[in-house]
Design a binder for this molecule. Structure first.
Ligand code: NDP
Ligand code: 2IT
Length: 453
């Protein structure tokens, strides 16, 4: 059987065994198809059944989360934790609270996390979790009630050397605080079993900034490789959450001009540059709609979501040099890729997880657009999470500069690893392939060393 046939066979198995999990199938296809050159060169991966094993979570926990809302009504949600792979360290990955969360979404995120975490070079395995709970419009009391109920099951499966959750969409420092408080109450242990904590009770400086800052460092590495720089570049950023805000902040610090941000209702286009204080006040502190931004800044335009033609997104039709999709999966489609190319975009750098569809990625590649793949470009968040674990375990806290400079080095190493691996397999500059092969190889070799488990 050729390597291509082996990949096709395992992908067929994924389709049959995980029906309806289209995002998971998409993620598995992207990774496995790019592994063909490695599998052709080294038979051990097939002999050890690595693909069939790595595509199956070591453990999936699905549970009911029951809580009481402000009106006294008993509410019920689904909770998930997929402990995907522990070959190189304890399960590590975020929790997402969003109404679209289901097992397929959590599995796609957990699967990506395996390779992302391996690329950081740090000892962390892959996991992900979350709930279909919608934090929007909920009071603080309701969010606390939900978080405590969620933790009343999850705590059984966690621990600083076992599984260490963090934030993702809909889960920030506030939710981590409520969950950590409940974890501590139930286990009677103050330990680094969660990351993204507030600084005064065990969080790491620069964790909040890490994914966005890391994404910009990664983009800068790509540009530098081709004799370019981020300074002076017009950048479009989607999203208005943790990743987008700190991408915009770092872009400004590095002399670029970020001109957009967006949320689930619409896009802001501010040609003289997004105003960070306004953005933070509306989305980080207030959790309000971005529409308010255009009331404050009269020279900014607000484009509501429904005003844009089908299949495309307003944010990707605004001329830019570099695009930073930093909201959610499949937010950059083929229509968007065509608009970006027509408008002269030279680099797409993925801050979100799997934001570009396979058709969009193929089109960007065919048209010579540089591409920073998610599992490399957004790995700064989980990397600093591991630095938070290291600080907790040694009862130390490092300065902002210390953490940020380690982040900077880690992003440079990830870039070099992905670039060198793409060269090794004859596709120099294909960072998607380089990142997938390098991440996979580390985990797969560890699995071989550890035998049939
Ligand atoms: P946040 O919840 O802080 O922000 C998410 C932002 O994206 C919000 O502005 C939200 O809009 C928008 N958004 C979410 N879902 C949709 C949707 N279906 N359609 C349109 N807009 C949407 O999350 P993060 O910034 O933490 O996460 C953003 C992305 O980055 C995700 O893909 C996440 O997995 C990824 N990521 C996050 C890391 C982290 O450390 N936080 C690390 C690595 C990757 P609204 O405000 O209207 O809800
Ligand atoms: O997708 C991700 O890498 C995250 N949401 C961060 C995970 C973490 O454990 O910090």
């Amino acid at each position: 059987m050729s390597a291509k046939e082996y990949v096709a066979e395992v992908l067929e198995y994924v389709k049959e065994s995980s029906p309806g999990q289209s995002e998971f199938y998409q993620a598995a296809t992207e990774v496995f198809e790019s592994l063909v050159p490695l599998l052709e060169e080294d038979d051990r991966y097939r002999e050890h059944g690595i693909l069939e094993r790595i595509v199956t979570p070591e453990r999936s926990i699905i549970f009911r989360v029951t809580w009481v809302d402000d009106s006294g009504r008993i509410r019920s949600n689904l909770g998930y934790r997929v402990q995907f792979n522990s070959a190189i360290g304890p399960y590590k990955g975020g929790l997402r609270f969003h109404p679209t969360v289901n097992l397929g979404i959590v599995k796609f995120l957990g699967f990506e996390q395996i390779y992302k975490n391996a690329l950081t070079g740090l000892p962390i395995g892959g996991g992900k979790g979350g709930s279909n709970f919608d934090p929007k419009g909920k009071s603080d009391k309701e969010i606390m009630a939900f978080c405590q109920a969620f933790m009343s099951e999850l705590f059984h499966h966690m621990g600083q050397t076992r599984d260490v959750p963090a934030g993702d969409i809909g889960v920030g420092a506030k939710e981590i605080g409520y969950m950590f408080g409940e974890y501590k109450r139930l286990t009677m242990r103050f330990e680094g079993a969660m990351t993204g904590k507030q600084i005064i009770w065990g969080g790491s400086l620069a964790r909040k900034e890490a994914t966005g800052y890391g994404s910009v460092y990664f983009a800068e590495n790509i540009l530098k490789h081709y004799g370019l720089e981020i300074k002076g570049k017009i950048c479009t950023v989607s999203g208005a959450g943790n990743v987008a805000i700190y991408t915009i902040e770092k872009l400004k610090k590095m002399g670029a001009l970020p001109v957009t941000c967006s949320d689930s209702k619409g896009t802001i286009y501010h040609p003289r540059g997004v105003d960070l204080n306004t953005l933070k006040a509306i989305k980080e502190v207030g959790r309000e709609s971005l529409e308010k931004y255009a009331h404050i800044h009269k020279d900014a335009t607000y484009i509501p979501l429904h005003q844009y033609p089908e299949g495309g997104h307003a944010v990707w039709n605004i001329p830019c040099d570099v695009a930073f999709p930093s909201a959610t999966q499949n937010e950059l489609t083929l229509v968007d890729a065509k608009n970006l190319v027509n408008n002269g975009c030279i680099l797409v750098n993925e801050g979100a997880n799997m934001p570009s569809t396979p058709e969009a990625i193929a089109y960007l590649k065919a048209n010579g657009v540089y591409f920073g793949p998610a599992k490399a470009a957004n790995a700064g968040g989980v990397a600093v999470s591991q630095l938070e674990m290291a600080q907790n375990a040694s009862m130390q806290s490092w300065s902002f500069t210390e953490v940020d400079s380690r982040l900077f080095e880690i992003m440079k190493n990830i870039f070099n690893t992905a670039m060198n691996t793409s060269r090794e397999f004859g596709e120099e500059g294909d960072l998607l392939m380089g990142a997938n092969i390098a991440g996979f190889r580390r985990v797969a070799n560890a699995m071989i060393d550890q035998g049939a488990v």
